[in-house]
Design a protein around this ligand. Structure first.
Ligand code: ATP
Ligand code: MG
Length: 230
């Protein structure tokens, strides 16, 4: 069992391949202190999402060490690990269920009052109340009756309800209007407060305020520093 964590993440000489013979990550080493924001950037196919996939143990690494608060992630139950790591992905994942149940899914036992309060915090409440049945509206087909920006806002609210110490954000290259984009950025900033976050960014503006930016190229960390240093 992984104890409730502070969010200190360490990668030491991590090597990884999806299939043997084709190494994807090469000797990745880095550290994230509790509450820090780590930005990941680099060309498509560089390995950014892969770094994040292996942190949740979605795949097993070939060699090296990954630690959270000094504990090797392979020494703890996968389920307890995933409870500590919130994920907001490029493709938002929603259930074909009511809006409220999609929010409640963030954490077992979350109350409706809490979900509504968080939805307000995440700039969701307004559009939800404009849906035909408000919070009782059923999201058909994983949310096809919502806009892409609205789906993203809902998944951000759900991550807030889950309240993990570590956060993974795989930024979408979405075409949303300026106002929605502002709402999303504001909600993401709130979500990141007090959590260690890994942000895969396609725009440098998203990670300008990161404590550390890692530039990934062909599975290697080729540059690291703050936005001003780079
Ligand atoms: P993008 O900016 O396009 O999201 P990325 O930096 O996130 O790119 P990854 O998805 O980590 O890139 O992919 C890194 C490499 O691993 C690519 O060469 C890709 O083809 C390969 N890869 C990714 N997922 C798998 C998989 N499930 N099985 C085999 N190879 C994969
Ligand atoms: Mg990716």
């Amino acid at each position: 069992e992984l104890k409730p964590v502070k969010g200190h993440v360490v990668f030491k000489d991590v090597n990884f391949s999806y299939v043997s013979g084709r190494q994807i990550l090469k000797n990745n080493s880095f550290e994230a202190l509790p509450g820090q924001k780590i930005g990941l950037c680099g060309p498509t196919g560089a390995g950014k999402s892969t770094i994040i996939n292996i942190l949740t143990r979605y795949y097993d690494i070939d060699s090296g060490i990954i630690e959270i608060d000094g504990q090797n992630i392979y020494d703890v139950k996968q389920e307890s690990l995933r409870k500590q790591i919130g994920v907001v992905l490029q493709e938002p994942f929603l259930f074909s269920d009511t809006v409220m149940n999609n929010l409640k899914y963030g954490r077992d036992g979350a109350s409706e009052d809490e979900c509504t309060a968080v939805a307000k915090d995440a700039n969701c409440h307004e559009f939800i109340t404009r849906l035909p049945k408000g919070y009782d509206t059923i999201l058909s087909d994983g949310g096809s009756n919502l806009s892409q920006g609205q789906r993203q806002l809902l998944t951000i609210a759900r991550a807030m309800i889950a309240d993990p110490r570590i956060l993974i954000l795989d930024e979408a290259t979405s075409n949303v209007d300026t106002r929605t984009e502002k709402n999303i950025q504001a909600a993401l900033r709130k979500l990141q407060e007090g959590r260690t976050s890994f942000v895969i960014a396609h725009r440098l503006s998203t990670i300008k305020d990161a404590h550390k930016i890692l530039v990934i190229n062909q599975g290697e960390i080729v540059e690291r520093g703050t936005h001003d240093e780079m």
